[in-house]
Each structure stands twice: as C-alpha cells, then as structure tokens.
Design a protein around this ligand. Structure first.
Ligand SMILES: Nc1nc2c(c(=O)[nH]1)N[C@H]1C(S)=C(S)[C@@H](COP(=O)(O)OP(=O)(O)OC[C@H]3O[C@@H](n4cnc5c(=O)[nH]c(N)nc54)[C@H](O)[C@@H]3O)O[C@H]1N2
Ligand SMILES: Nc1nc2c(c(=O)[nH]1)N[C@H]1C(S)=C(S)[C@@H](COP(=O)(O)OP(=O)(O)OC[C@H]3O[C@@H](n4cnc5c(=O)[nH]c(N)nc54)[C@H](O)[C@@H]3O)O[C@H]1N2
Ligand code: SF4
Ligand SMILES: [Mo]
Length: 701
C-alpha cells in the first residue's frame, strides 16, 4: 500500500510517500507532488519507522512503585493524576502545580489543540514551555510591533535576491520559524539568480559553507551589529520603507525615536565588540539596500542570547526600513488555510504576573523556564509541589538541567505525558504515553503559519494505535474533564472535526473532505502582501519602538562604553560556549534510533586549532569543560570552522542517567551541555534562556 503524509518531526513538514506491506513499512521517500516540499526529505524521515517499531516506546500508563515501574490501567492512571493534582491545589493553591510543555507539543495535532484544556483547568501561574528556551523573542517582537505574537514574518526565500542569515543553520536544522523544506535548494536558487547569501555565525556552519560569504561574529554581540546597520541606514539616508509599495504604503510610528536611539552605534564603535570590521558592516547594509529584494533572517543563535529580544526587534526594523517588509522577496506573512489569527484582538500578554523567586515576567501566559527549578526548590508560599510535563525533556533541554534534575526529586507528585521513560520522565510518579506519529492523524496548525508558501495538507493515520493505547487528545480531554469535575458525561471531540471547522471558516473556505481528496496537499500559491490589513493593532500602524526595548537598550549602551565588553572574556572562564545541531539529531529524543545514531560520535566539543595548541589538546582527546553551574568530560574535535575563543557543544545528549528505558541511546550516551548552561544567563527583557555565550574553561584533566 502507498500512503501519503507529512512528516511531523520538525518544522519542515515534508511530504512523504510511505510504502507498507502487511502492516510493515518497507520504504519511505519524499513526495515529489507535495506542493511545499517537492520531494525533499532528510534522514530523520526514515526514523519514523524506528519510532513506530521501537520496543522501548511506552504504550500503557506506568506507575512508579517500591518494586519499580508497574503498568496500570488508564482509568487508574487518570483518576490518580486528577486526584493528586486536585488535592495539592486544594491544599496549597492553584500555583502549586507547575506545567512544562516541550517541543513536540506543536508537532502533534491532538496535543496542540487539547493540552490547553489542562493548562486552563489548572489555572496555575507556573506554566512553562520550551518557547522560553527558543523563539520567545520572535513572538515578543511580533506582539509589540504588529499586535499579535503569532503574526510572524517569514523570509520569502524562494524569491529573494539577498539573504542575510544570523544565528541560523538551516542546512542542519532544516529551517526554523521558516518552514522551507529543501532549504539548501532555495539558497542555491538565490545564488543562481545572481543573488547572494551571507551568513553571520561564530562557526563556519554547513549553511555558511554553502553561502557566498561567511562572517565570524563574537557570540552574543549581534545586537551591536544590528544597531550599527540601522545607524548606517539613517546616516546615509537609505531609509525607504515604502519604496516598493507606493499604492498601499505602510504606516509606522517611532521612526524619529529609532533614529535617535541608534545614533551612537556607529560601525567603528561596534567593530571591536563584534569582531566585524566597520567597512564590512557598511558593505552588507549597502548590499541590502541595493538588492532588488533582500531579507534579514535571525534564528536560534540570536534569540538565545542576552539581548535576544532586541535582536529580533532590530531584524524586523531592518527589513521594514529597507522596504523589504510585506513585499515580494522580503519578510512576508502567510495566509494559512486554518488561520489562528482570524478575529485576533490586541491585548496585554506581558508581565501580568512575575515568577515568585526571581521576578521574571510572564509572557503569553507562561513564565521563563529558566525559573522552573528555583520555583520547585525554594520553599515558601506559591512553591511548585507537583509538576505536569508533556512532550518535554527539560532535564536535558533547559539551562542548568542538573539543578532541575535535583529539584524534580523534591516534588510531591509528577506526571509526564510522554512516549519514553527518559531523563525527565524517570522522575515522574505516573507516565501517560499517547499514540504518536504514524498512528495519528495530522494537520499542521503551526507550521503552515510559518511556511514560505501557502499550502495545506491532511495526513490520515497510517497504523492503528495499539489496543490499549490512547490518543493524546483523549488523554488531555479526559484529564480536563476530571480536573474541572464536570458533571457531564465525557465524550471526546475529534481533532479532525476542529480542523474541519477551522478550514471552513478559513480564508479558502474548504472542508476537510476536500483536503482529504488531495492527499499530496493543496497549493494556495506564493505569499502575498497583506499589510496593513493583517496587522492586529487596531490603528494598523507598525510600532517601530516600544518602551521595553528602549530600557534594555540602555544596558547595551553601557557596555559599549566599558572595557569589560563581551569581547573581553573573564579570566576564570575564557571561552564562549555556543550550541550546534546535526541533521541526524532532533533535540534530545530521537537517539533511540539505530539508523540515526550510527557513525562517529557527534557529541563533541569543537575548538579552534590555536586554542587546542595553547591548551595542549590533541584531536579526539577527552577534555574537561567547566562553568559556573557544572562540569562535563567530552571528546575534543579540533577544527578551524570555529572562531578562536569560541567552543561548541550540541544539546540533547546525556543519556547515561540511570533508570531510563532507552537501549540505543544508552549505548551512545554523550553528555548534556545543559549541565554547563546557566539559568541566570537570560535575555534581560523577557527571561528567555541565553544558551549562547555561556562562559566556560577547558582543561586537559
Ligand atoms: N543548550 C541548548 N539547549 C537547548 C537548545 C539549544 O540549542 N542549546 N535548544 C532549545 C530548543 S530550540 C528547544 S525547542 C528545546 C526542546 O526541549 P524539549 O521540548 O524539552 O525537549 P525535546 O528533546 O524536544 O523532548 C521531547 C520530549 O517529547 C517526547 N515526545 C516525542 N514525541 C512525543 C509525542 O508524540 N507525544 C508526547 N506526549 N511526547 C512525545 C520525547 O520522548 C521527549 O521526552 O531545547 C532547548 N534546549
Ligand atoms: N537536525 C535537527 N533539526 C532541528 C532540530 C534539531 O535538534 N536537529 N531542532 C529543531 C528546533 S527545536 C529548532 S528551534 C530549530 C533551530 O534552528 P536553527 O536556529 O537553524 O538551529 P541551530 O543549528 O541551533 O542554529 C543556530 C546557529 O546560531 C549560531 N550561533 C550561536 N551563537 C550565536 C551568536 O551569538 N550569534 C550568531 N550570529 N550566531 C550564533 C550557531 O553556531 C548555529 O549555527 O531546529 C529544528 N530542527
Ligand atoms: S526535514 Fe524535518 S519534516 Fe522533513 S523529513 Fe526531515 S525531520 Fe521530517
Ligand atoms: Mo526549538
């Protein structure tokens, strides 16, 4: 049998053609007819089979007992979870239950639609997610500038003539906040139409290797580069917001103020801090201005740093001021078939409450995950005593995971909705495993919103879930029902019916039946200009400047005038640590696939040959890496792809922890970089984790 579906493992949502025989997968290939991915897939697609067949994957609820883990019925599990959470909230108040939602939440239809029911039922201020270890600054900029956190501009990569990539490595990550399957081909096409791709990164990445130019930057100094580029635009009188849209001009507020605040950041002043010569900064700015169309795109590397929110704000400003906003080849907006922005109204979603211990601000109903461990371990009123995790592995994925690991042991109760018994869920008292991947229907509510082309695709389940398993929507809906103690009988709402409704009321007014009739997906064409209509601000004016940015900018200005700049390392921790991704990893959770794990050890520390020489480190030698929060032993890989003074370690490893059930992963445990990262290193404006530029020392012991 031949099945068509979308891969739900990462943001690319590639179309797949899966061949089965007697209920076994015999082949997985890219679908050339998928209107978005056009046949592209990556090696992880094959691992969908491994996940489906993985004997370690959990199918029934588990309960921790004195004799070890015991399988229990869904009835027993759900009633115990609801009872324990309810009684802790009755005794200590609603905020005593914390919630953490991880990355696959947005890749699973049933979860994205229904986990929110549990969150609402719990009414806890202690709600956390992987967003604050990732893309929070994008949402913050979208909310302040355009009126809604999900009104996110996407680079029109298939039509642009110049692309400046800061802190993104789409050739390894397959693109992020930009659903662009086959991104390598798109980058090549830019070059073939005589355009240019320039990458700014402290490492010469896979993407940098394929770009026209790579510029090294000192980690966490992008804010200075971006400010200087804006300063150049104003000084040279290159600002031209509506140059390509005389008919429907954009209205902006705060232009004069922006000119005033960037004025001191000349290329000459920031060159020392960023390690980018002034002439180069002027040259790239001039290229953006001269190109028929251009787009600046910044991702993980610039979001997860001290000034991550300023960076994402300034990137939007650059696209707007150069006339590359909501225009072909610039930064554009999507019009997805299920449009979550329909009827959206502006509202305050920032700082409505603060974290108890450190006073970090709420955003979009969530607190920064860097505060999670201290909220569990610091005694007092409002302390977290029970935790719900869903689709998350915060022990390996959040800053100072070692501290969190200890904090989890203090909880009175923990429940994890997860498909594995892993580094995080081993601390739970009950694990609720949903059916996943090929056993579920999929419609991507999130990534059509971020795609470089307007398309829609429905994926029917390929396999039946196992007999006693439950779907994620059933688990969340039933838990919500029990937590709210609703008197009505429970009857599940199918995610498909919610999608059908969304499609019918959406901009293309189609039904799910119509979409199902086109299994390779429906194509609604290239992105179209849609401003100012689509702005959520009621006055339809883009806010170039907000108070919050101006305040944080003062801190940037202070450093510019100090000798203790990010370019002057503290002697105890002379190296700047950054992350990296490999095509065959997916954060922390796919290391149980033999296919993805074979080959050389990928969990290594990359360091420059000059640094290796100074330290006396040989290729493949084990070295110690130390930070304020912890230390690890890791294999050294010496390479001039690193900037001197900067080292890189991937995240998502550290599978040696006892008591997990991950047989392949345990053979290739690696170490967790988040045993080195620091919960105190955050974006000062939002509290987003700052994984980039963690200060470390490397030793040969
Ligand atoms: N140092 C450093 N740390 C980082 C990053 C970095 O670059 N450097 N990146 C950050 C980023 S961008 C992110 S998004 C986070 C990710 O952080 P997390 O979301 O916390 O971690 P994941 O590794 O994605 O873990 C996914 C979990 O979901 C489970 N899972 C998989 N599929 C399903 C499913 O269908 N249903 C359910 N219920 N569970 C499922 C897996 O078993 C696993 O436990 O990590 C962040 N951490
Ligand atoms: N294969 C694979 N694909 C994935 C994932 C995965 O784990 N593996 N994870 C998925 C997830 S959850 C996400 S969020 C996306 C992330 O997608 P990307 O943002 O493309 O991911 P990264 O590879 O982490 O790229 C970050 C880049 O920033 C650079 N960098 C670090 N610090 C700085 C800095 O201070 N300044 C600048 N300019 N650059 C810096 C790093 O060297 C790195 O090249 O990938 C997704 N896709
Ligand atoms: S790029 Fe992402 S969506 Fe495409 S096949 Fe690979 S993991 Fe799946
Ligand atoms: Mo992410």
């Amino acid at each position: 049998m031949i099945h068509r579906r979308a891969c739900n493992l990462c943001e690319s949502i590639c179309g797949l053609v899966i061949e089965t025989e007697n209920n076994t997968i015999i082949h997985i290939a890219g679908d050339p007819d998928d209107p978005l991915s056009r046949g592209y897939i990556c090696p992880k697609a094959y691992a969908l089979k491994d996940i489906y067949e993985d004997p370690n994957r959990l199918k029934t609820p588990l309960k921790k007992t004195a004799e070890g883990w015991k399988s229990i019925s869904w009835e027993e599990a759900l009633s115990e979870v609801a009872e324990r959470l309810g009684s802790i909230q009755r005794q200590y108040g609603p905020h005593a239950v914390g919630i953490y939602q991880g990355n696959p939440s947005v890749h699973n239809l049933g979860t994205i639609l229904n986990a929110v029911g549990v969150v609402k039922a719990l009414r806890s201020h202690n709600t956390f997610s992987a967003t604050s270890a990732d893309q929070l600054p994008h949402h913050f900029a979208a909310w302040t500038m355009f009126g809604h956190p999900l009104l996110l501009p996407v680079p029109d990569i298939s039509r642009t003539h110049f692309m400046l990539i800061l802190g993104g490595n789409p050739l390894a990550s397959n693109g992020s906040m930009m659903t662009a399957p086959g991104v390598g081909k798109h980058l090549k096409n830019i070059q073939q139409r005589s355009g240019r791709v320039v990458v700014v990164d402290p490492r010469r990445t896979e993407t940098a290797e394929h770009a026209n130019e790579h510029i090294f930057i000192q980690p966490a100094t992008d804010v200075y580069l971006l400010l200087a580029m804006l300063q150049v635009l104003f000084e040279k009188k290159w600002v031209n917001i509506n140059k390509k849209r005389p008919e429907i001009p954009l209205s902006v507020s705060g232009l004069d103020e922006l000119e005033r605040v960037v004025a001191g950041f000349t290329p000459e002043k920031v060159a020392g801090i960023t390690h980018i010569p002034a002439a180069k900064i002027i040259e790239i700015t001039a290229e953006i201005v001269a190109a028929p169309s251009a787009v600046v795109y910044g991702r993980m590397g610039v979001s997860v740093q001290r000034y991550g929110s300023l960076c994402q704000w300034l990137i939007n400003c650059l696209n707007i001021l150069t006339g590359n906003f909501d225009t072909v080849g610039g930064a554009m907006f999507t019009k997805p078939a299920v449009d979550v922005l329909m009827g959206a109204k502006p509202r305050n979603i920032f700082g409505r409450w603060k974290s108890r211990v450190r006073g970090l601000p709420e955003f979009m109903g969530e607190l920064p995950v860097s505060a999670l461990a201290e909220e569990i371990s610091t005694e007092g009123e409002g302390q977290i005593r029970a935790l719900v995790t869903s689709c998350g592995n915060p022990v390996l994925s959040t800053p100072n995971g070692g501290q969190l690991e200890k904090a989890l042991e203090q909880l009175d109760f923990m429940v994890s909705v997860d498909i594995y018994l892993n580094e995080t869920t081993r601390h739970a008292h009950i694990i609720l495993p949903p059916a996943t991947g090929l056993e579920t229907a999929h419609y991507d509510l999130t990534f059509h919103l971020l795609a470089i082309r307007n398309t829609a695709k429905y994926s029917p389940p390929l396999f039946q879930k196992s007999e006693n398993a439950r779907y994620d929507y059933e688990i969340f809906q039933e838990l919500t029902h029990r937590l709210t103690q609703s008197a009505e009988d429970f009857s599940p709402v199918l995610p498909e019916s919610q999608v059908d409704m969304g499609l019918r009321y959406g901009p293309y007014a189609i039904s799910l039946e119509q979409l199902k009739a086109q299994p390779e997906g429906l194509d609604f064409g290239e992105l179209q200009p849609c401003l100012p209509d689509r702005l959520v601000h009621t006055d339809k004016v883009i806010r170039l400047v907000s108070e919050a940015y101006l305040k944080d900018l003062e801190n940037v200005r202070v450093v510019l005038h100090e000798t203790n700049s990010p370019a002057t390392p503290p002697p105890a921790y002379p190296f700047a640590l950054i992350g990296r991704r490999s095509l065959r990893d997916n954060n922390s959770w796919m290391h149980n696939s033999e296919k993805l794990m074979k080959g050389r050890n990928r969990c290594t520390i990359l360091l420059h040959p000059d640094d290796a020489r100074t330290l006396g480190v040989e290729q493949h030698q084990m070295v110690g890496v130390h930070s304020r929060t912890g230390h690890i032993q890791i294999e050294a890989e010496i390479s001039d792809e690193m900037m001197p003074g900067v080292v890189s370690i991937p995240h998502g490893y550290g599978h040696h922890r006892p008591g997990t059930r991950l047989s392949i992963a345990e053979q290739h445990p690696g170490v967790s970089v988040n045993d080195l990262t620091d919960e105190l290193e955050i974006d000062g404006l939002t509290g987003n984790a700052a994984f980039s530029n963690v200060r470390v020392r490397v030793t040969t012991e």
